[in-house]
Design a protein around this ligand. Structure first.
Ligand code: F3S
Length: 283
């Protein structure tokens, strides 16, 4: 069986940077204990390793308020402004691992909000990145995740300026569709396509590989939204697309008649996991 692995599979630079920040703080050994604000990435293997090394997870603002010493690492997804405010106010040492692409969105939202604009975030409202982005705006902000919500969007003041941003890992084609719907409403809209290039390239490569293989494997954590989206994209093109977290999830009987197999992985999948799946697929 021929195996084609996407060049873009695995850690993106934002995730790599945040993960390395944790290792760096562990190496320095100053300002202990080390906390991450939420799991550093959506990957159990990496998070279990950090846990074994003593890294603790803070699961929200209330828990953060109880922290008195140590180092808090902000993950690549970023956080709402109120988290920074609390860290500063309590003089808690922190290291910011927010991906620069996400930070750019925070800056856009903060700037447009200060100018009185209405902000639309195209993304998944339950995703921590989107919660973080929302936390840089005020009440004039709405999250739109699907066609129904885009169609239902309405503003009383037709002259209100609107800025659209996107969750960095949002499906590019779906973003364009939702933007078209909103543009059709005739508001004064400016669009900032903030989907990160790493995601775009990963999605395009996954789509291309899925179009020329007999089966496709997407490796990622089940809580990783960018991995889930890769799965959707591949499944659209290649019916036999399987989602696995590790090689243990793969049912090899499904690869019996496969001549060419494609593999890709989400931005929070370590290389080690990708290599294990590659090896495990060799029949
Ligand atoms: Fe950053 Fe893009 Fe990764 S926004 S965290 S480089 S997927």
């Amino acid at each position: 069986m021929e195996i084609i692995t996407a060049k873009s599979a695995g850690f993106c630079f934002g995730v790599e940077k945040a993960v390395n920040l944790v290792y760096e703080e562990l190496r320095k050994g100053e300002n202990r204990p080390i906390y991450t604000y939420g799991p550093i990435i959506h990957n159990e293997i990496v998070n279990d390793d950090f846990k074994a090394k003593g890294v603790r997870i803070i699961d929200g603002l209330e828990a953060l308020a109880g922290v008195k010493e140590g180092t808090v690492i902000i993950r690549s997804h970023g956080v709402p402004k109120k988290v920074y405010d609390l860290l500063e106010e309590r003089k808690i040492h922190y290291v910011d691992g927010t991906c620069p692409f996400v930070k750019r969105i925070h800056n856009i939202v903060a700037e447009k909000t200060a100018q009185g604009e209405f902000v639309i975030i195209i993304g998944n409202p339950a995703h921590p990145e989107v919660e973080g982005i929302r936390g840089w705006g005020d009440e004039k902000i709405e999250i739109i995740s699907d066609e129904a919500k885009a169609r239902a969007f309405t503003l009383e003041d037709k002259s209100q300026k609107v800025t659209i941003v996107a969750q960095t890992t949002f499906n590019h084609n779906k973003f364009k569709e939702l933007v078209e719907i909103i543009l059709g409403k005739g508001y004064n809209v400016s669009v900032c396509n903030t989907i990160c290039s790493a995601t775009r390239e990963r999605q395009a490569e996954a789509r291309e590989i899925a179009s020329r293989v007999d089966a496709m494997i997407v490796i990622g954590d089940m809580h990783s939204s960018n991995s889930q989206k890769l799965f959707e994209i591949c499944k659209d093109t290649c019916e036999k697309t399987f989602f696995v977290q590790t090689i243990r999830d793969l049912d090899k009987t499904k690869l019996k008649d496969i001549n060419v197999l494609g593999i890709t992985a989400g931005a929070s999948t370590p290389n080690k996991t990708i290599e294990e799946v590659q090896k495990g697929c060799q029949i």
